[in-house]
Design a protein around this ligand. Sequence first.
Ligand SMILES: C[S@@+](CC[C@H](N)C(=O)[O-])C[C@H]1O[C@@H](n2cnc3c(N)ncnc32)[C@H](O)[C@@H]1O
Length: 251
Amino acid sequence: MTDPVSDWRRLADSHVLLDGFHALKHAVRFGAEVPVAVTADRAAALALADDLAPDVRGTLDALLTEVPETTYASLVPRPHPTAVAALAVRPSREAQLAKLAHTPRTAPVVVLDNPRNLGNAGAVIRLAAGFGATGVVTTGTLDPWHPTVVRGGAGLHFATAVERLAVAELPAGPVFALDPEGDDLRGVELPDDALLAFGSERTGLSTELRARADRLLSLPMRPQVSSYNLATSVAMTLYHWSHGARSAPTP
Ligand SMILES: C[S@@+](CC[C@H](N)C(=O)[O-])C[C@H]1O[C@@H](n2cnc3c(N)ncnc32)[C@H](O)[C@@H]1O
């Protein structure tokens, strides 16, 4: 029998940290490969599974090993209230690119152009998972698999495709770029094969992304308000897409 603590120490640098019960639950639901999972309170974790995730209770029962509280705390940067943590295999770049390039696309790809805030990126991945978006692509230096982004995404990286790409490498499809100076989004049906692009929190859309955009669109906003938060902008836009005619033609 292998020792979960040695497994953890061997795998920690190359694997994705699932911090807390909900991250593990989501990752398991969406097919993540989880070689090690620990908890400081197995009975409490399985009671949560009974309440909130009976669909994956059996898998969690098989995965979770109880370790002393001090051991659990030594494995994670900050103990989580649910005292559950696991390591998952990061999907290969090739697998993510194949999902992003797959056609016909049945739901948009969200593009975050040089995002700076790890919490925003996590919130956007959670939104993309909830709306069934094809994926989330980031441009720039932020790693969308950074542990803080994974924490913000509640383990839902495994429910969509998440990858970093240059603007020149974006998947095919019409680019609708969100910008306060664009045309009112409310008059536009967003097609399922759209790339929905959002600018950086500090500087908005880059010149490169603007050059690749087919259309600039704005969210309704009262005069004198400069802009919305990045993640809330993605939420409004995905909600608008979800209301549109699914067969809207590509402009
Ligand atoms: C915090 S805003 C960026 C503000 C930045 N100072 C600028 O100059 O655009 C982040 C991104 O959210 C989107 N966004 C925010 N408010 C928007 C609005 N009213 N209409 C369309 N997009 C908006 C845009 O994609 C924007 O680049």
